[in-house]
Design a protein around this ligand. Structure first.
Ligand SMILES: *Cc1c(COP(=O)(O)O)cnc(C)c1O
Length: 391
């Protein structure tokens, strides 16, 4: 079915990239064939030749992601990390990049340990909006931001960063990692980003059973370049994973809205609690960047991620995260089930203490990924575990 530009998000989520096959199947079958027949040499029967270059299930997912990000083009990869790798691989040798300081750990690792080996140098900034004009050099080709950040949920004004870049050098690409919000809550291309990337492992697939990455762009030149690399590097998702992620994406709006509503309830409770030192949640009016949230997030929703500092140090954090019944102690996020973790010893354990404390990752910081179980049951679970941790 072709979706119209005027169709609303939920309509696009259900119908973009959803085609019937020769049997009229309402849900497209999984196309496992690695190769496709040709009528005559170099005359394929349809639009496909070889499944690394393009596959029907991957194409459907790519079209759906593009529609949800208000983009002309989408590309899917074997992971969020492979997506990052392909974007950075597109930079010429001798390039310079500027990245937000508390970027996803794997992105930081790629910038500092892989891209540098190919002659791409990166400057990290913890105050990118302020410092950007000084950090941009003659050879700066790319600016990378992630909003909200992980795990302290700082929000960056994408339009402001884009305006700064355009004034200095319009050729510099602005890339936004939109994993934490998903396309339902924010569309970075609408605020001046050139490329939006996602770990679809998180909200887009949303069921914690697929590792996959996607990007979207409105630039035909960028799409052509990145599609060339997608095929040349070959870090592509399997047809089954593309099919699953496309299925997951169809309920994105329902899941992210519910997670946001529950997270708001929980964040409000935590902000009032005697056992809590401070709360980071973009949906609270007390959030330092709430003015940006109001213009950049759908209905100023805060998303499903919360972090907070529990009183009682690392010990209380450990007790709390072992005491919940519904929140499972595990890394990752964005699934239907609620998860929690202690970043200082889990996802961010590799960062030296002084360095992680500069970005707010203290030993007593707990990160929640709020799922879509019943709101009151989740809140009860948090209340009980807080009591237990205080004993
Ligand atoms: C998980 C994550 C990634 C990496 O994605 P993978 O699918 O795990 O490779 C990148 N950015 C953010 C913000 C993430 O949360």
């Amino acid at each position: 079915m072709t979706v119209l530009p005027t169709d609303k998000f939920a309509t696009k989520a259900i119908h973009a990239g959803a085609h019937t096959d020769v049997h009229g199947s309402v849900i497209e079958p999984i196309s496992l064939s690695t190769t496709f027949k040709q009528h005559a040499p170099a005359q394929p029967v349809g639009q496909y030749e070889y499944s690394r270059s393009q596959n029907p299930n991957r194409k459907n997912l790519e079209d759906a992601v593009a529609a949800l990000e208000n983009a002309k083009y989408g590309l899917a990869f074997s992971s969020g990390s492979a997506t990052t790798a392909v974007v950075l691989q597109s930079l010429p040798q001798g390039s310079h990049a500027v990245s937000i300081g508390d970027v996803y750990g794997g992105t930081h690792r790629y910038f500092s340990k892989v891209a540098n080996a190919h002659g791409v140098e990166t400057t990290f900034s913890n105050d990118l909006v302020e410092e950007l004009p000084q950090l941009i050099r003659d050879n700066t080709k790319l600016v990378w931001i992630e909003t909200p950040t992980n795990p302290t949920l700082k929000v960056t004004d994408i339009q402001l960063v884009s305006n700064t870049i355009r004034k200095i050098n319009p050729e510099i690409l602005l890339v936004v990692d939109n994993t934490f919000l998903s396309p339902y809550l924010s569309n970075p291309l609408d605020f001046g980003a050139d490329i939006v990337v996602h770990s679809a492992t998180k909200y887009i697939n949303g069921h914690s059973d697929v590792v996959l990455g996607v990007l979207a762009t409105n630039s035909e030149a960028l799409y052509t370049k990145l599609q060339f690399l997608q095929n040349a590097i070959g870090a592509i998702p399997s047809p089954f994973d593309a099919w699953l992620a496309h299925r997951g994406l169809k309920t994105l709006h329902l899941r992210v809205r519910q997670a946001s509503l529950s997270a708001t309830k929980i964040a409000k409770f935590l902000a009032e609690s005697e056992s809590v030192q401070s709360v980071n949640y973009p949906g609270l009016e007390s959030h330092p960047n709430y003015d940006v949230v109001k213009k950049q997030h759908r209905e100023a929703l805060g998303g499903g991620m919360i972090s907070f500092r529990i009183k009682g140090g690392a010990e209380a954090a450990s007790k709390f995260t072992s005491a919940t019944r519904l929140f499972t102690l595990a890394e990752s996020l964005g699934g239907i089930e609620s998860l929690l973790e202690v970043p200082a010893v889990m996802t961010h354990g590799g960062i030296p203490k002084e360095q992680r404390e500069i970005s707010g990752v203290y030993d007593n910081l707990v990160r929640l990924s709020v799922g879509i179980e019943d709101s009151d049951d989740l809140l009860d679970d948090i209340k009980k575990a807080l009591k237990e941790a205080a004993n």
